[in-house]
Design a protein. Structure first.
Length: 410
C-alpha cells in the first residue's frame, strides 16, 4: 500500500496543503506548506500573449489600478495552473511580504486572490520574521539584500522591532546599473567582420537578462583593501592611485558574430556600489550598524552576534567576508565610541543557497501550523470591507475612528 500524501495529515478546514507565495520585485517564489524548497522561482512579470505581446511588470505604476489587477490575476492564474498544478479555491494562501510593502499592493493581491481566484483565506506574513524560522532562532538582525533596496530589521523574541529598521536603495539593481556603466566604458566586442570594437556603440545589447547573467557568472565581491583602492581610483581624476593587478579577463560568446570581452576590473568593481559611503544614501554596513544603534543597549551585542543575511544579492562570491570586514572596520573607527563592540557573527548553512528563499521556507513552516486559519483573512471578511487590515486598523479601532473616514485620513 503506497504511503499517504504529505499533505493528507495537514487538513484543517480542507485536506490540501496551503500555497506559499512570495512576490518579489525581480522574482516570485511559489510552493506548498511543509516543503523544503519552492516548486518554482519565476520572474515577477507577465507576458501578454493575447493582447499587446509585451512583457508586463507586476505593480507597474504606469498602469491603472484595474490594469495592474488584471496583470496580477493573469500572473497568479498562470502560476497556479502551470507551476503548482492546483485549483485555487481548494487551498489557503500564505503571502510572504516585506513590512514596507505598500497597502495598495496588498489590496491588489487580496483582490486578485479573493475575487478572481476564489481562495478561501489569506495570511500576510512579514518576510523578515519568517526568515528566522529556518535557522531556529527568535533573535536576529535580518539583512535583506533585495533587488531594488536593502532593508535591515531587528527581530527579538520573535517580534520585529519596527522602530529600529533601516533601508537604502542599494541592491542587485544598483549592481546591475553599475555593471552596465562599467561595461560601456571598459568592455569591448570581438566581432567577425570589424575586429575588436568598444562596447559603447552596442548599448542595446546589455539587456537586464544579460547583465544578470554576467553578474551571476563572472562578478564577485573583492576584499576590503582592494575595494577601497577601487573606490579611490574611481574618484581620482589624475590617475595617481595605483591598484593591484586585476583578476583575469573573460570572454562571453553572445552569438556566432560577437564575443563580449569583459575586463577583470569590471568583474570586481561592479559590487562596490553596495559598500560605497555616500552622502545621499547609506552603504550596507552603515545600515546594519545604524539599525543596531536604534535598539536598546542590552540588545546591541546579541544582535551584532546574530546577523542573518537573506536575498539574492547575498549570494555573490565574497559578499559575507567583505560585509564582515567592513563592519569590523567601522566598529574600530567611526562607530568606536557609539558602539563599543569588537565581533560580528552570521547565521549560515554551508553549501546551501537557503538565503535566496529563507523567508519562503519560514512561510512554508508557518503554513503547516494548525493556527493558520485563526490568523488568516477569510474571503467573507474581505468582501465586507475590501481592504486588508494592518496596524492602522488597530489604532482606528482603539480610538473609535472609522478606517475609511476623513478624520483618519487627516
Amino acid at each position: 500500500m503506497p504511503p499517504p500524501r504529505f499533505d493528507s495529515t495537514l487538513g484543517i478546514v480542507t485536506d490540501k496543503a496551503s500555497v506559499i507565495i512570495e512576490i518579489g520585485t525581480a522574482y516570485t517564489k511559489c510552493g506548498y506548506a511543509a516543503e523544503l524548497t519552492p516548486r518554482a522561482i519565476v520572474p515577477s512579470h507577465f507576458f501578454d500573449a493575447e493582447g499587446s505581446l509585451k512583457t508586463l511588470k507586476l505593480f507597474d505604476k504606469d498602469m491603472s489600478p484595474d490594469q495592474r489587477s488584471l496583470v496580477l490575476t493573469r500572473f497568479l492564474r498562470q502560476m497556479y495552473y502551470k507551476h503548482l498544478l492546483a485549483v485555487p479555491k481548494e487551498r489557503r494562501v500564505v503571502v510572504v511580504e516585506s513590512v514596507l510593502t505598500p497597502s495598495e499592493h496588498r489590496d491588489l493581491i487580496a483582490r486578485a486572490l479573493f475575487e478572481n481566484l476564489d481562495v478561501p483565506s489569506i495570511l500576510f506574513a512579514p518576510s523578515h520574521l519568517l526568515a528566522c524560522f529556518p535557522f531556529g532562532t527568535q533573535n536576529a538582525l535580518v539583512i535583506d539584500v533585495g533587488h531594488k533596496e536593502s532593508v535591515v530589521i531587528p527581530v527579538f523574541e520573535g517580534v520585529a522591532m519596527l522602530n529600529s529598521w533601516e533601508a537604502s536603495p542599494v541592491g542587485t539593481s544598483a549592481v546591475h546599473s553599475k555593471l552596465r556603466e562599467l561595461l560601456l566604458a571598459k568592455a569591448s566586442f570581438d566581432t567577425a567582420g570589424q575586429g575588436v570594437v568598444p562596447a559603447k556603440g552596442f548599448a542595446e545589447v546589455f539587456t537586464d537578462e544579460l547583465l544578470e547573467d554576467i553578474c551571476v557568472r563572472f562578478c564577485f565581491v573583492t576584499n576590503l583593501e582592494r575595494g577601497r583602492l577601487i573606490q579611490a581610483a574611481a574618484q581620482d581624476t589624475t590617475n595617481s592611485v595605483k591598484t593591484a593587478p586585476p583578476p583575469p579577463d573573460v570572454r562571453l560568446p553572445l552569438n556566432n558574430e560577437k564575443t563580449l570581452l569583459i575586463p577583470g576590473l569590471v568583474r570586481e568593481a561592479a559590487a562596490e556600489v553596495l559598500f560605497e559611503h555616500d552622502e545621499d544614501s547609506k552603504s550596507l554596513p552603515q545600515l546594519v550598524l545604524d539599525s543596531i544603534l536604534r535598539c536598546p543597549l542590552d540588545l546591541r551585542r546579541p544582535l551584532c552576534e546574530h546577523l542573518l543575511v537573506v536575498g539574492g544579492g547575498s549570494l555573490m562570491t565574497g559578499f559575507l567576508a567583505r560585509l564582515k570586514a567592513e563592519l569590523l572596520d567601522l566598529l574600530a573607527t567611526k562607530y568606536q565610541e557609539k558602539l563599543p563592540l569588537t565581533s560580528v557573527k552570521f547565521f549560515q548553512y554551508a553549501q546551501s543557497p537557503i538565503e535566496v528563499y529563507a523567508s519562503w521556507i519560514g512561510g512554508s513552516l508557518f503554513g503547516a501550523l494548525e493556527i493558520l486559519p485563526y490568523r488568516s483573512i477569510s474571503r467573507d471578511d474581505w468582501l465586507k470591507t475590501k481592504r486588508v487590515p494592518d496596524w492602522t486598523a488597530k489604532i482606528a479601532q482603539s480610538t473609535g475612528v472609522d478606517e475609511g473616514s476623513d478624520e483618519r485620513e487627516r
